[in-house]
Design a protein around this ligand. Structure first.
Ligand code: SAM
Length: 267
């Protein structure tokens, strides 16, 4: 097991496809996400850390939001940081910078950020408490941590398909074996409180097929999860995927996923 837990870019069967998935996941619900930023306290002028920024698409959006503030994007993957530099150039955003770094040993000055954003990081971490201690150190007093993540208990699809439920469970077990945790969403409240954050709160924002369309919804729900299965499990999952696709063609197919937004403040 490495410090990257259950997410190791470069090891995916189709890395280019995974990059596309990250881009799609960063753009499809961006207006909803911006609303989340506003309600959790992100303001112009702030100094922001986008922790585990991946390919940097979201860091560039955050940079636009903070105006004369700034965003530091940090990620353990050199390959993704290289993509993030390209994103900065093509998006023509000046107030964002990127560097490689590990959430378990953050080489950043203490008391230096107003807002730390961790988007789909914690589901991959074996040692969330160590990560939270490091975040607390780099936040300014009064600064806010905002964690956005998922919880598989809050994923559903109709018409009810045993195949969908089985597939989600198998992938969740696969991610656990790699050091991840697909049920992290509902555990974040306790984790932040135990770590010493104040005013901790968890809200759930549903994203449904009405927001994304059925095809996009299933793309986001299925692609990454396939990577959590071993070779044999991938083969065994094929008939389940076929059943899921069939269910998705029903005239009133509808699905939802709960996005957990947990915030906490440094005293
Ligand atoms: C699902 S991706 C999310 C990327 C980005 N936040 C987004 O939402 O598009 C998870 C990210 O966590 C990063 N990561 C995993 N473990 C890490 C660690 N210990 N320190 C820093 N980054 C880590 C991975 O390299 C990957 O970019």
């Amino acid at each position: 097991m490495t410090d990257a837990g259950s997410y190791k870019f470069g090891t995916f069967k189709k890395n280019a496809e995974e990059l596309e998935r990250l881009k799609m996941q960063a753009t499809v619900a961006i207006d909803i996400e911006k609303e989340v930023w506003r309600t959790t306290g992100l303001q112009p002028g702030m100094k922001v850390l986008d922790l585990a920024c991946g390919p940097g698409f979201i860091s560039c959006e955050l940079a636009r939001m903070v105006g004369d503030g700034s965003v530091n994007g940090v990620d353990i993957s050199e390959k993704l940081i290289a993509v993030a530099h390209q994103a900065k150039a093509s998006e023509k955003v000046e107030n964002v910078s990127f560097s490689t770094g590990n959430v378990y040993e953050l080489a950043l000055p203490e008391n230096s950020f107003d807002f730390v954003y961790a988007r789909f990081l914690f589901q991959h971490l074996e040692k969330p408490q160590l990560a939270l201690r490091n975040i607390l150190r780099v936040l300014k007093p009064g600064g806010v941590l905002c964690v956005l993540d998922i919880d598989d208990n809050w994923t559903s699809f109709a018409p009810e398909s045993g195949a969908f439920v089985k597939f989600i469970r198998k992938a969740g077990a696969g991610q656990k074996r790699k050091g991840g945790n697909r049920l992290i969403g509902s555990q974040l409240f306790g984790l932040l409180n135990e770590a010493g954050f104040k005013n901790v709160s968890t809200k759930i924002r549903p994203i449904t097929t009405e927001d994304l369309g059925v095809r996009m919804f299933l793309g986001v729900a299925v692609l990454f999860r396939m990577e959590m299965l071993n070779k044999l499990q991938k083969l065994l999952a094929l008939p389940q995927l076929k059943k899921i696709k069939t269910a998705a063609q029903a005239p009133n197919a509808w699905g939802s996923v709960g996005i957990f937004v947990t915030t906490g403040r440094k005293a």
